[in-house]
Every structure is written in structure tokens, then in C-alpha cells.
Design a protein around this ligand. Structure first.
Ligand code: 5GP
Ligand code: MG
Length: 183
């Protein structure tokens, strides 16, 4: 797989160091307030699993699934496929976690939906943030790294369903896109 990657943006060590920093911020900010981490599938499962193991409080874990229809590298219209059970949302403090904040549509839509369904509070935490791409006004409460406007894969992030298992974040080689688009 490594030969599909043009360059590595964040290696394993940098990633874990960044997550340590954000985990400490989250831990300090919630204090003794109970909360549930809500991981947006599939992209954030790798990040969420590293993050929760660095937050030393008895938090709960839930999942939401969203998919967007677009071409391979941009997000189109969003559909929520799966939400936590009502009792996991109502009156709860939720920390919504995603792999990357791009146009902001996914996080914005899911946050609104969780509040509509009765969440007491929704904070957000993203692994990567591409502020230059924002289409709706949205800032995350916590973020590990900012990235330039570049399509990245690895550490949960996919291209056409692949590369989520790379332990680092990298930019794909152009031939790989071209090949996929030609197929
Ligand atoms: P948003 O709704 O903020 O535009 O998009 C967020 C979703 O778009 C992410 O959860 C991710 O699935 C996808 N996305 C945005 N930028 C990238 C990127 O650079 N690489 C990958 N693999 N997915 C991205
Ligand atoms: Mg995604």
C-alpha cells in the first residue's frame, strides 16, 4: 500500500502525540460531567478508538452512520443511515467525533439532528480540519490537526472504501485516482 502514497503528512508517532494533547483537553473540559462519545462511521472509528483510550473517565460510546453521495473525493448530499437509540441521546452530553471536517455539512447536520432528538449538549471533536473548504459556518470544539486543501487517506480515511487501515495519514498518488476514475 505504501507505494500508493505520494507523501506522509502525519506519521503514527505524531498522530498519537496529537491525540494525547486533545484527550487531555477533553478530559479537563468535561471534568466530572458524564458524557458519551458518538463516533461517526466509518471514517472516525480508528480515531475514536485511540481517543477514548486516552480519556481516563468512565465515558460511554455510541455510533452514528452517515453517507454522502458525491464523486470519490468530495462530499455530496448527506443521508443519516443510523442513529443511537433515544435513551442514548435524550438528556445526554455528547461528544461527536469525526475523521475530518471539510465543508462542515456532515458535522453540522448530525449535531442539529442530535439536538433535535433531545441531547442536552453536543460538543465536537475532529481528527483533521480543512478550514479552507468550509461551506457552512461550523467550527469544531476540539481538533487534532489542521490540513491544507488536499485529499488525504489513512487512519480511518478512505478513497473508494480503501486505505482506512493505513496507520498514518498520507496523500494518494495521482495515478491511483486516475486509475479509479477510469474503472
Ligand atoms: P464534510 O461534510 O465536512 O464536507 O465532509 C466530511 C466527510 O467528507 C468526512 O467524514 C470524510 O468522509 C469526507 N472527506 C472530506 N475530506 C476528505 C479527505 O481529504 N479525505 C477523505 N478520505 N475523506 C474526506
Ligand atoms: Mg467519511
Amino acid at each position: 500500500m505504501k507505494n500508493h502514497i505520494e507523501r506522509v503528512l502525519f506519521d503514527e508517532q505524531e498522530i498519537l502525540k496529537g491525540i494525547d494533547r486533545v484527550a487531555a483537553e477533553v478530559t479537563a473540559s468535561y471534568g466530572s460531567t458524564e458524557f458519551t462519545v458518538v463516533s461517526i462511521l466509518k471514517g472516525s472509528c480508528v480515531f475514536a478508538s485511540d481517543l477514548i483510550r486516552r480519556i481516563p473517565v468512565p465515558l460511554e460510546l455510541a455510533f452514528v452512520a452517515a453517507s454522502s453521495y458525491g464523486d470519490g473525493t468530495t462530499s455530496g448530499r448527506l443521508k443519516l443511515n443510523f442513529l443511537p437509540a433515544e435513551h442514548e441521546i435524550q438528556g445526554r452530553n455528547l461528544l461527536l467525533v469525526d475523521d475530518i471536517l471539510d465543508t462542515g455539512r456532515t458535522m453540522h447536520a448530525i449535531k442539529q439532528e442530535l439536538l433535535k432528538k433531545g441531547a442536552a449538549d453536543v460538543q465536537t471533536c475532529v481528527f483533521l480540519d480543512k478550514p479552507s473548504r468550509r461551506a457552512v459556518e461550523f467550527e469544531s470544539d476540539y481538533r487534532v490537526f489542521e490540513v491544507e486543501n488536499l485529499f488525504v487517506v489513512g487512519y480511518g480515511l478512505d478513497f473508494a472504501g480503501r486505505y482506512r487501515n493505513l496507520p498514518y495519514v498520507g496523500a494518494l498518488r495521482e495515478e491511483i485516482y486516475a486509475q479509479a476514475l477510469a474503472n
